[in-house]
Design a binder for this molecule. Structure first.
Ligand code: FAD
Length: 480
């Protein structure tokens, strides 16, 4: 922005909108933050119930992308951070109906050592031999984007795709690997292929280097971190910092107008207020004050809807980014109701297992303070691109389907102490093949509109640290 005290509207008060509002406040802007629901935080929401700490959305974030931990330090909530339980850092994968440990020494899709490959109980001998042949497969000649499924099958084989890559990717991106862009999601593997000619060779090389580094200084946190009192800590701390921001909850923005270089909004709250005041007078049109700039911190489809009367081409590009639905089901059990040893953080489920769930966190093992002594908290994740049908299921069906899987997979017995269901409709962006080219077009079209910036998980990262980074950059972009 050219000078201080510009008026800026931020739309959407998830982690992206809260971060953008903070950055704009820090630059002296006069910020109004509009949120359609009755709470800030978007999909991030924790709840205390009968001694359990439930996460209705994300339950952690990665510590190796700096924007997350840096914001925690800035907000003074670093002392609240906790790492995953040291004693049980492994995870499981469902293999022919049984939980097998995710192979030690694998880096996401592939083993870092031959020993890791040998010990992988979720691959057949033929699958292991095919995977090892990766060392001799020449790099792809074409430089364009490729689906993750094509990349993994080409280099590591079909079994590695079905048994390892697909469930891991579903756990992170809730995506269909046949459509997921490898460029947008795992560019490091493309780089490994390009630089070393083989993923296995590159991983071996990197593991050796990391070994040297960790001898020098071990990391302070594990890869996944959360807060003693849950992810809500981050949202509450951000809200507390927004002392100069006018946060308007229950206020859905329903229209955007660009008049010259100034923006006006229609909002549900104003419509409601107007019709309550004078029900017979026709709607006089937008009444919000003018804004110098607008940050749309929304899923891309929601931003598209608002932008379509203002910038049709940009709206079409945004609307073309698909989003998946998901549901989180928290089950509270007495510990003795679960047969499994719960000696890990949880499990993921390959699609070829034909189950109704994508995965499950053993929440009370994964992080301290999630369940009272003698109880277990199990957090089941459902939906995503490969299970679109759950959006049509009612809550009873979702709960029963999740519980039936826990009965079979971890030997859950009897009725849970309680269960909660949280639905997330259209919240998970799917980065499909060609995504990065689309994002470049979106950036170029956005740059043509005065005082417009986009944030959210639709562009260059879906995780919380990515959303924080993107929102910070969006606020910065308004400087010009
Ligand atoms: C179930 C689930 C689990 C996840 N797990 C993890 C995890 O463990 N770790 C991790 O790093 N990431 C995780 N993610 C991803 C990450 O949580 C999200 O990408 C991120 O929180 C998105 O934040 P956001 O602010 O961009 O969007 P949202 O949180 O979707 O917020 C957008 C906000 O905009 C509001 N809004 C929409 N339209 C309007 C409008 N017209 N007017 C006003 N307000 C509007 C919505 O009500 C909402 O509050 C998970 C996501 C989901 C759904």
């Amino acid at each position: 922005m050219k000078s201080a005290n510009k008026r800026v509207a931020v739309i959407g008060a998830g982690i992206s909108g809260l971060t953008a509002a903070l950055r704009l406040q820090q630059r002296g802007a006069d910020v109004t933050l509009y949120e359609g629901s009755n709470h800030a935080g978007g999909v991030i929401r924790s709840e205390q119930r009968d001694g359990f700490l439930l996460e209705h959305g994300p339950d952690c974030f990665v510590s190796n992308k700096p924007a997350g931990l840096a914001l925690c330090a800035e907000l003074g909530i670093e002392p609240e951070l906790i790492s995953t339980n040291d004693a049980h850092r492994r995870s499981f994968i469902l293999y022919k109906g049984k939980l097998e440990p995710l192979p030690q020494g694998f880096f996401l899709l592939a083993p870092t050592t031959i020993e890791a490959l040998r010990g992988a109980s979720i691959l057949s001998l033929a699958g292991k031999i095919r995977l090892a042949r990766e060392l001799f497969i020449p790099p792809r000649k074409e430089s364009g984007d490729e689906s993750l499924a094509s990349f993994v099958e080409r280099r590591l084989g079909r079994e590695a795709l079905d048994r390892i890559a697909q469930p891991i990717v579903a756990g992170i991106y809730t995506a269909d690997p046949a459509r997921l862009s490898v460029q947008a999601t795992f560019p490091q593997f493309l780089e490994m292929e390009r630089k070393h000619g083989s993923i296995l060779r590159a991983l071996r090389h990197n593991a050796k280097q990391r070994g040297e580094e960790s001898k020098a200084a071990g990391p302070r946190y594990g890869i996944f971190v959360s807060f003693k009192r849950g992810m809500q800590t981050l949202i509450d701390a951000l809200r507390a910092k927004l002392t100069g921001v006018d946060l308007q909850l229950n206020t859905r923005v329903t229209g955007l107008h660009l008049k010259g270089e100034r923006w006006q909004l229609d909002s549900s709250a104003e419509r409601g207020a107007r019709s309550a005041e004078s029900p017979k007078t026709p709607d006089p049109g937008p009444r919000t004050p003018d804004f110098d700039a607008v940050v749309l911190a929304l899923p891309a489809h929601a931003a598209a809807k608002l932008l379509s009367p203002v910038a049709a081409e940009l709206a079409t590009e945004l609307a073309a980014i698909p989003y998946a639905n998901s549901a989180v089901v928290n089950f509270a059990f007495k510990r003795e109701q679960i047969k499994h040893a719960l000696d890990g953080m949880g499990f993921v489920v390959p699609a070829i297992e034909n189950r109704n769930i994508v995965g499950c966190s053993f929440s009370s093992v994964k992080f301290a303070g999630r369940a009272p002594e003698g109880f277990a908290l199990m957090r089941v994740f459902m939906g995503g691109a490969l299970q679109p049908e759950i959006a049509q299921w009612d809550d009873n069906r979702v709960r029963d389907a999740a519980l039936a899987e826990l009965r079979e997979v971890v030997g859950a017995r009897g009725e849970p102490v309680f269960a909660t269901i949280s639905r997330h409709r259209g919240s998970m962006a799917q980065y499909e093949v060609g995504h990065l080219e689309r994002v470049a077009r979106i950036e170029s079209l956005t740059g043509k509109l005065p005082g417009l910036a986009l944030a959210g998980n639709g562009f260059t990262g879906i995780g919380i640290p990515d959303c924080i980074r993107v929102a910070t950059d969006a606020a910065k972009a308004l400087r010009a």
